[in-house]
Design a protein around this ligand. Sequence first.
Ligand code: ADP
Ligand code: ADP
Ligand code: ZN
Length: 221
Amino acid sequence: MTRHPTYVILMGPPASGKGTQADRLQEGLALPHVASGDLFRYNLKNQTPLGLEAKGYMDRGELVPDGLTIAMVLDRLARPDCANGALLDGFPRTLAQAEALDQALADQGYGINLVLDVQVPRDELISRVTGRRLCRACGASYHIKFAPPAVDGVCDKCGGELYQRDDDTEATAGKRLEVYDAQTKPLIEYYRNKGLLAGIDGNQPIDAVTAALKEAIEQNL
Ligand code: ADP
Ligand code: ADP
Ligand code: ZN
């Protein structure tokens, strides 16, 4: 019997903890973590035309245009390691992206299985953004106060160097939250209407959020 691929979406505002949680969930789900922001940063690091085109939008805290974003993510989902599905993080972020994803999956006879919406209040998001540090080598997410590495500036998982994203300033974070409210929040209703949405309280310690996500996955998948 062939298994139907499983597509789980992690939704939530900037710095709500999607990347942190995806790292913890992907093993149990046996699904690759596909994060649109990581894909853009990878392209930027390698100076690809897509990365160079995306940079201006990212620096300003705006969304990269739908056409580029959709092509990049669908291309990633077509790779062999996504044969059983994927844990999507940061995509879709607009109605056009959500519809394009639905269409692409429907064309193959598939669909989204579950949307996990991680909710965190605005003040907490600003603290999380400004203290965030990322590993240059493996992309793992740390926080100078809330999730510090064992050794300052060094990744616990791979020994890589930690850095602060150019767009993780208070000003750009404010802009990203505005963009989230205007363009991404409407997707909550979109998926609720399809009966796919599970709301998660993301304003708890990291382990408690992981437990809540696992419970929602067990109940709904
Ligand atoms: P996202 O992928 O949604 O942008 P991250 O997973 O990178 O968010 O988390 C943003 C920042 O908040 C990181 O510095 C991370 O260490 C920290 N963080 C994540 N989850 C929590 C939590 N539950 N409590 C406190 N800090 C958290
Ligand atoms: P965060 O979760 O902290 O907001 P991401 O790493 O997901 O950050 O995204 C960083 C930037 O990459 C965004 O501000 C945006 O410019 C771009 N980006 C990521 N995902 C998308 C998307 N689905 N659509 C358009 N732009 C995106
Ligand atoms: Zn690392």
